[in-house]
Design a binder for this molecule. Structure first.
Ligand SMILES: C[S@@+](CC[C@H](N)C(=O)[O-])C[C@H]1O[C@@H](n2cnc3c(N)ncnc32)[C@H](O)[C@@H]1O
Ligand SMILES: [Zn+2]
Length: 418
């Protein structure tokens, strides 16, 4: 398994796609992502809050995404393409085209023992489930978690429909059975204790009786771990609903729109990683997952297009520390170090192999050319994090190569369609 080609406590500022492309395969233990949901809302942090200046757009049109991505997905990932085709509106479609290549990278980055929690809601969860099935495989679906973050009260209750009080977490393993799961427990409810731990021994300790292999044993309440964690989480409240009602530290309340509670992330991290493991949040926001990972002695990396994320993670972590934390802010696309000895991209053996694989056709215009008229080209441009590995190479005819230049393949495909 590869080592990460970045240091612990790194927050990248930039688009997560090229950055993830430059990260080593199988170098991450746990990914939590809370992407934009296609909610048709634009979020902005209140001016004056710790997160002021952060905003992101959550409405999608086909102009927003490189539509030519679709051609690449059609070519290399027919299952994903079927899912994207099933989208009902252009807006859903563009959202899925945006998510698909990012999920493919996340799958590549995870170790075989790793898992991924995709945080979403009713706007896109059903489409994302299909996308995740296509990328991770249905057999690796662990569960859908319902995060019930509040009660149907207050401002939520106005609509002509049942009141929404939950988000969804889609949880997948890379390889079901090999994945890590550390059992978690929640405290028993008073009713449960009253109903089941009915007996008391001579010292006044509550217990229930159980049959183990035909023998009746006592299970003491004070020795019981609690309720095994289920798929419905109702004990963690949404931050905005806590505001003004419960005392919270400034560290918890950054004012970042869509901020998630630390306790939610702590639970996920405890259930699916060990101390020292690497946790990645590619849509870090105000870096809740990174802060929680740091608290729990995990390594972490975060990525967000908003530069506010770096400032927030540093301030949030330093607020509790008093220690010196060496948090790195990077804006570059990392260079993969896990590809072994890769021959130079223009090595003759690459050319011969690609010519055979492409059956002599140019990968752009599909016309047959003799090998001497073909040039080796990077499918994903090097500036976008593409590597010199043969998987990222193709042969183009002179004309196609001239049009494409050092841009991504999507540019050439778009131009060929004109
Ligand atoms: C729903 S918020 C995440 C909130 C986060 N879980 C927290 O607790 O603060 C989604 C984040 O994704 C970021 N984002 C959107 N597109 C991105 C991209 N292509 N690359 C990196 N970050 C992106 C936005 O700036 C926003 O901060
Ligand atoms: Zn061509």
């Amino acid at each position: 398994m590869a080592q990460p080609n970045w240091s612990n406590q790194t927050m990248w500022t930039g688009d997560n796609l090229p950055i993830m492309r430059g990260m080593n395969s199988e170098s991450v233990d746990l990914i939590y992502l809370d992407p934009p949901f296609n909610s048709k809302a634009d979020y902005a942090a209140p001016v004056g809050s710790m997160a002021a200046g952060a905003e992101f757009k959550d409405t999608w049109t086909l102009q927003d995404v490189d539509i030519a991505w679709l051609d690449l997905i059609q070519l290399k990932h027919p299952k994903l393409n079927r899912v994207i085709d099933a989208a009902m509106t252009d807006s859903d479609k563009s959202y899925l085209i945006y998510m698909a290549p990012r999920l493919l990278e996340m799958h590549r980055l995870l170790k075989p023992t790793g898992s991924i929690y995709l945080h979403c809601n009713q706007h896109a969860s059903h489409y994302l489930k299909l996308l995740m099935d296509a990328v991770f495989g249905r057999g690796n679906f662990l569960n859908e978690i319902v995060w019930n973050y509040g009660t149907p009260s207050g401002g939520r209750t106005g609509g002509q429909k049942p009141v929404k009080v939950h988000d969804v977490l889609l949880v997948y393993a890379v390889d079901y059975g090999k994945h890590l799961y550390v059992r978690q427990y929640t405290p028993y409810s008073t009713e449960y204790v009253k109903k089941w731990f009915r007996h008391e021994d001579e010292q006044g300790r509550a217990y229930q009786t159980r049959s183990r292999g035909g023998v009746i044993i006592r299970q003491y309440l004070d020795e019981s771990p609690g309720m095994p964690l289920s798929t419905v989480w109702s004990d963690i409240m949404q931050l905005s609903s806590r505001r003004g009602w419960f005392p919270t530290t400034e560290r918890e309340e950054t004012g970042y729109p869509t901020q998630k509670p630390l306790s939610l992330l702590q639970r996920i991290i405890k259930a699916s990683s060990n101390e020292g493991d690497m946790v990645l949040d590619p849509f870090a926001g105000c870096a809740t997952a990174c802060v929680a990972a740091n608290d729990l002695n995990r390594q972490w990396a975060g990525i967000d297009v908003s530069p506010v994320a770096f400032d927030l993670v540093r301030r949030r972590i330093e607020a509790v520390g008093g220690l010196f934390y060496d948090i790195v802010n990077r804006k570059d696309v990392p260079k993969r170090e896990d590809l072994g000895k890769v021959p130079p991209y223009n090595a003759p053996e690459n050319k011969t192999r690609l010519y055979g694989e492409q059956g002599g056709e140019c990968a752009g215009c599909d016309v047959l050319f003799p090998i001497r008229n073909m040039t080796i080209d990077h499918i994903i441009g090097r500036k976008q994090g593409g590597t010199d590995h043969i998987d990222n190479l193709q042969l183009l005819c002179g004309a196609c190569n001239a049009v494409k230049g050092d841009r991504g393949m999507e540019y050439l495909i778009a131009r060929l369609r004109e």
